[in-house]
Design a protein around this ligand. Structure first.
Ligand code: DC
Length: 230
């Protein structure tokens, strides 16, 4: 059967990665969480005291830093490794969420990560979630979904994820962070967050995760049918 690229873009905490992971699992596709890669670069720059405007140092870091995923055999999850060290938990902290949008606007960072993401998906058979997958990384993706949801619901989801990891953050602080990131992500010059003209909108405010997964699988069936007739 034809192997597709499934691009799932949209705002933070709309359920993109939960849906993308489940779809990848069901189709036996690879799953790439591109937000984790931007978070990884952010963690590295913070830990090495490299400021976002110190472009020579940022470029040097991008040359030497290795960003990769490895599958955790116990949980079945893909986890983020920086220079061979598992940093999955560290990249989810609030301090990273507070800085990641500033790092994601740097063109050199985007060029390096987009090139790596294109290599990861070159054999197709991949579900990738992020902000610019359907517009910049794989404009030829056969399935493009753009996810959105009510702000308070997004913030509550994020709050629960952080609490599961032992970080208790007030809802107002999370809402402020999400608003700021939405603004920066949507207004940056280089591959801003926007719905591709051919992306299907999915509002997850009032639907369950299994309904989200079914929605994407329906789009996959339609794309496979269209490919079969081409
Ligand atoms: O999906 P996430 O919330 O973990 O992503 C963290 C940040 O990374 C998000 O605020 C913007 C940035 N990002 C991006 O610029 N492009 C992507 N393809 C994925 C994430």
């Amino acid at each position: 059967m034809k192997q597709l690229v499934i691009a799932i873009d949209g705002y933070s905490s709309c359920g993109k990665s939960t849906t993308a992971k489940a779809v990848a699992h069901l189709l036996h596709y690879a799953y790439v969480d591109t937000g984790a890669m931007y978070r990884g670069v952010t963690l590295y720059l913070l830990e090495h005291g490299i400021a976002c405007d110190d472009l020579p140092a940022v470029e040097q870091a991008l040359k030497t830093l290795s960003v990769s995923f490895r599958r955790n055999r116990q949980t079945g999850r893909n986890e983020l490794f920086l220079d061979g060290v598992n940093r999955e938990d560290d990249i989810r902290q609030m301090r990273i969420s507070n800085s990641v949008s500033e790092v994601s606007v740097i063109p050199q960072v985007r060029h390096a990560l987009v090139a790596q993401q294109q290599r990861m998906g070159r054999k197709r058979g991949v579900v990738m979630d992020g902000r610019d997958i359907g517009t910049t990384v794989f404009p030829d993706a056969e399935v493009k979904i753009f996810m959105t949801a009510d702000m308070e619901l997004r913030a509550r989801r994020r709050q629960m994820e952080l609490a599961d990891k032992g970080e208790h953050v007030p809802l107002a602080e999370i809402i402020e962070n999400l608003r700021k990131r939405d603004h920066i992500d949507s207004n940056r010059a280089e591959s801003p967050l926007r719905r591709a003209a051919d992306a299907v909108l999915l509002d997850t405010t009032h639907i369950t995760i299994s309904e989200q997964v079914d929605f994407v699988l329906d789009q996959v069936s339609a794309a496979l049918f269209a490919a079969g007739r081409a």
